[in-house]
Unconditional design. Structure first.
Length: 135
């Protein structure tokens, strides 16, 4: 929500001009107390600008998986397997992004998985099966 003063600054107009537009009904606004507030969508409609708000919902999940007490070879196998699974299981429409890091001193594998909820959940189940099989 913008104030009349903010809209005037954005459009390079005098505050009175913006208030007149509101009073005349040319610019839609809501009165709160003694002040007007203009919604972003109403300002976009007034100026003819397209709203930059995403109109379709997109849900993404970020997951960090840490596996301790794992050898470099097993960590490499799990990390490469996760990347391979993400690339070959038909996830091309919404591909997963996977990063991995292995800490030799701690024997810890860290996997970072970014993607949609369903695909990430499937991959996490797959990683869990592999990780539990390594213990």
């Amino acid at each position: 929500m913008y104030s009349v003063e903010q809209v005037a600054d954005l459009l390079g107009l005098h505050v009175r001009t913006v208030r007149n537009y509101v009073r005349e009904g040319r610019l839609k606004a809501v009165r709160i107390g003694k002040q007007y507030r203009i919604a972003r969508e109403d300002l976009d409609a007034f100026t003819g600008a397209e709203s930059k708000v995403r109109r379709t919902r997109h849900v993404e999940v970020s997951s960090i998986v840490e596996i301790d007490a794992i050898s470099r070879e097993d960590a490499s196998r799990i990390a490469m397997g996760a990347v391979g699974a993400a690339n070959t299981r038909g996830y091309q429409e919404q591909p997963l992004r996977i990063e991995s890091a292995y800490d030799e001193a701690r024997g810890r594998l860290k996997l970072i998985v970014l993607g949609d909820l369903t695909t990430t959940a499937e991959l996490l189940r797959w990683i869990a099966l592999l990780a539990e099989g390594e213990s």
